[in-house]
Design a binder for this molecule. Sequence first.
Ligand SMILES: Nc1nc2c(c(=O)[nH]1)N[C@H]1C(S)=C(S)[C@@H](COP(=O)(O)OP(=O)(O)OC[C@H]3O[C@@H](n4cnc5c(=O)[nH]c(N)nc54)[C@H](O)[C@@H]3O)O[C@H]1N2
Ligand SMILES: Nc1nc2c(c(=O)[nH]1)N[C@H]1C(S)=C(S)[C@@H](COP(=O)(O)OP(=O)(O)OC[C@H]3O[C@@H](n4cnc5c(=O)[nH]c(N)nc54)[C@H](O)[C@@H]3O)O[C@H]1N2
Ligand code: SF4
Ligand SMILES: [Mo]
Length: 695
Amino acid sequence: MIKTHYRTCNLCEAMCGLEIEYEHNHVISIKGDKEDQFSQGYICPKAVALQDIYEDPDRLRKPLMKTDSGWKEISWGDAFDEVASQLKSIQSKYGNDAVGIYQGNPNVHNLGAMLFGSTFARSIRTKNKFSATSADQLPHHFVSQFMLGHLLLLPVPDIDRTDYFLVFGANPLVSNGSMMSAAGMPKRLKQLKARGGKLVVIDPRKSETAQIADQHLFIQPGKDVYLLAGIVNLLLQRDPELPDYYRSLEQLSAVFSRFTPDLVHNLTGIDQNVIKKIVVDFCKADSAVCYGRMGVSTQQHGTLCQYLIYLINMLSGNFDKPGGFMVPTPAIDVVKATGPKGTIKKFNRWKSRVKGLPEFGGELPVVTMAEEILTSGDGQIKAMITNAGNPILSTPNGVQLDKAFSSLDFMVSIDIYLNETTRHADIILPPATGLEVEHYDLVFNNLAVRNIAKFSDRLFSPADGSLEDWQIFKELASRFKKQSLKDRILSFFMKPQKMLDYSLKRGPYKGLTLSKLKKLKHGIDLGPLQPSFPERLFTEDKKIDLAPTILIESLKQLETAKGISKDLLLIGRRQLRSNNSWMHNSQRLVKGGDRCTLFINEKDAKDRRIEDGSKVTVSSRVGRVDLKAKVTNEMGQGVVSVPHGWGHNRTNTKWAVAEANAGVSLNDLTDEMMIDHISGNAAFNGVPVDVMPAN
Ligand SMILES: Nc1nc2c(c(=O)[nH]1)N[C@H]1C(S)=C(S)[C@@H](COP(=O)(O)OP(=O)(O)OC[C@H]3O[C@@H](n4cnc5c(=O)[nH]c(N)nc54)[C@H](O)[C@@H]3O)O[C@H]1N2
Ligand SMILES: Nc1nc2c(c(=O)[nH]1)N[C@H]1C(S)=C(S)[C@@H](COP(=O)(O)OP(=O)(O)OC[C@H]3O[C@@H](n4cnc5c(=O)[nH]c(N)nc54)[C@H](O)[C@@H]3O)O[C@H]1N2
Ligand code: SF4
Ligand SMILES: [Mo]
């Protein structure tokens, strides 16, 4: 008999509701759930990958151990014992920091990993913790920590009510929104325009989102900081009236007055009147919000850009206001649950050994991971744990990291594929995943443009003997931390559903329990975002510091002499049918020809005698790759673009479809020396490159 299952897609941040028809353990169809309280039927082409991953013959289902004669399946018990014994022996020989951990993106899309991953990571007692955060949204956390007092107190654009949406370096039509969970982005943007609202996009490429905008401004990669500072300067000249929970306003004028429209024009090429008009329109709109994502977070001024975006929203009176920049009130308040007050201490408590980069939130910047493995001496990393991550393809200078991982004494990966990263492991522990697990979005409800809640049951039971991520973490942690009787009793009761129910009951919505949520197959809408400041602040004085010293000092030193760069600069490009590095083993998603191409402007192509469709060689300080060029004036002059997550051409991987559609890795060109100097975040955008016809 054909049955229907409702769940939330956990592949990206959008949280789309799915309606899945199935019979026994076979999926018949995956469609958008029209009754879903958040997505109302919207899905993107990636949703079907949940079926493909479930059925994928390449997906790992049993622990693997590397032997001289190849990979060998072993039992879970033997795998855990071997992992614990190897890691412990390395730690006793070289110290705790000799074991490093890298946690990848799917962790935050995984209920079990969210509940148990950090306990596991803590049990290893190492200072060498890394994650995809420092190749992504670290600047947002940094600014929230310094201005709002908690790194998870993250404002999002109230996109459904805004009248003016000013977007820097984000492409929500393709990414479906990031640090802004909003299923159904095309419809939401259409509604913005239908109610007379404006969409303005600043991007070195006329992206899919820029193409539907009222206004698109090309910008040279990395130059946003000047435009943003120029906007702040003009806002300050309007003498903003601010609520009394803001402080240090008086410090700002002296710092920002040099960012005149003329200076901004010289540094960005953007016309003075265009800049002034943006400020006038932004202030005139009933509500307005400025928002920036990967394009501005992962560049050399990432943290300053996010700081200036927060300031623009605050100085224009749009912070914590409907239609502006608001902090959601999720049913499970992860901010409260994780927050000691006055958390400014969570920065620079230790530094990386080789480059001296600061810790933030307990982690070191991932740009430094390879050198921490390759540089000998006290505190060198000798063993790695990777968990739901593919840093060989997703962090700068993948070739160097390849070399680093192959030099390790031991490596264990918790992952569902034998891919570019996990091929270096000695042991792979593959969890049940996707349709086989329960789901609740602990992280993305914290970033959603409406307050909602939904619980998804598992659709299929995991294959016989499979374990889930949380069970793997629990098993491993128990081997690292001595368990008292109390620990063991507590651990027996610590299961995802129990923990969810406990947290829901302590959340802001009275009467919302897990059993109630389980009956609401399409989720529950808890209403639009609500103003909640200054009560929500975690700062000690309950005020927002508009001028945190570290940010203001860095702005004062900001170089303004250089003008427009003559180099050809490389940026990334997300694609609707990809998801970082791991959705290329789905035939349905990769079909339709090679998408791993270099986009280049007509003039830049002509200057280099490059023809549309021809092979080109792209080289940077760290490496070179050959790929096909597409000549398009979507690209601003002097900027080229390559999508990331491809490059499945390394040896000894086991994902056949991906290998047959290999592409090249953008991160064989990006440079681990290019960083955001405040936070240590990777600067993927604006890498100087040479492009020429191949051979
Ligand atoms: N040049 C450039 N580089 C970038 C970016 C860019 O824009 N440009 N984007 C950056 C961003 S935003 C991010 S988030 C990172 C992502 O960086 P990573 O997280 O390192 O890379 P992913 O490709 O997401 O790899 C996810 C891994 O998790 C595994 N996996 C999937 N589901 C599960 C599961 O349920 N359990 C476990 N244990 N494993 C699972 C997959 O097999 C895969 O190996 O990449 C960054 N890299
Ligand atoms: N289909 C799909 N969806 C995804 C993902 C995916 O891989 N595929 N990944 C998910 C993840 S992990 C994340 S973090 C989000 C990211 O979500 P977004 O940030 O919305 O996605 P990107 O496509 O990286 O958008 C970055 C934009 O910045 C522009 N840009 C590059 N450099 C600069 C610059 O210096 N200045 C300015 N102003 N713009 C610049 C690029 O041209 C691009 O249009 O997407 C998520 N959703
Ligand atoms: S937009 Fe994201 S959440 Fe929605 S169906 Fe696509 S991958 Fe899934
Ligand atoms: Mo990301």
